[in-house]
Design a protein around this ligand. Structure first.
Ligand code: NI
Length: 166
């Protein structure tokens, strides 16, 4: 088990567009393990590679509750291929700890990705799982959740986090 440091806002590495994974080698498998360990330790329901300083299109997600078995999703090069509906709920980010806001997102999505064996997988998600997948996939394009807010609300939020993470 290997924990990685989670980069905090306003680290510039959180704003980069990530590169697709070419070959799934041991380095990528180790990164998947580290991401899951780091996410569970935080604890969080999702983590993207750029949050630990790796500029690669990889995310891990697990929205299961304590009563359920772990349901870890490890997604390489994830792409949202379908989306519909709307949901509005409170959201936070391990890279901006302590700050939350209501964010509007698609309710239902289909994500296409590769698993750790290189198999193509399709995930149909709605509600919380859909929200977390959208949040983590946004990280791969350097997008943070407050980017989704309306202009004035966003300006106020940025003022608050700029003060907190200065
Ligand atoms: Ni996040």
């Amino acid at each position: 088990m290997s924990l990685r440091e989670i980069l905090k806002y306003p680290d510039k590495r959180l704003r980069k567009k990530c590169e697709p994974v070419g070959k799934i080698d041991n380095k990528i498998l180790k990164l998947l393990d580290d991401l899951a360990d780091t996410m569970y330790k935080a604890p969080g329901v999702g983590l993207a590679a750029p949050q630990v300083g790796e500029n690669l299109r990889i995310i891990v997600v697990d929205v299961s509750t304590k009563e359920e078995d772990n349901n870890l999703l490890e997604l390489i090069n994830p792409v949202i291929s379908k989306s519909g509906g709307k949901q509005d709920s409170e959201e936070g980010c391990l890279s901006i700890p302590g700050f939350y806001s209501n964010i509007t997102r698609k309710n239902s999505i289909v994500v296409e990705a590769l698993d750790r064996k290189g198999n193509e997988i399709n995930i149909e998600a709605d509600d919380l799982l859909s929200r977390v997948l959208q949040h983590e996939i946004d990280h791969l394009d350097g997008i943070l959740f407050f980017d989704k807010m309306a202009k004035l609300k966003k300006e106020l939020f940025i003022k608050k986090i700029d003060k907190a993470f200065r």
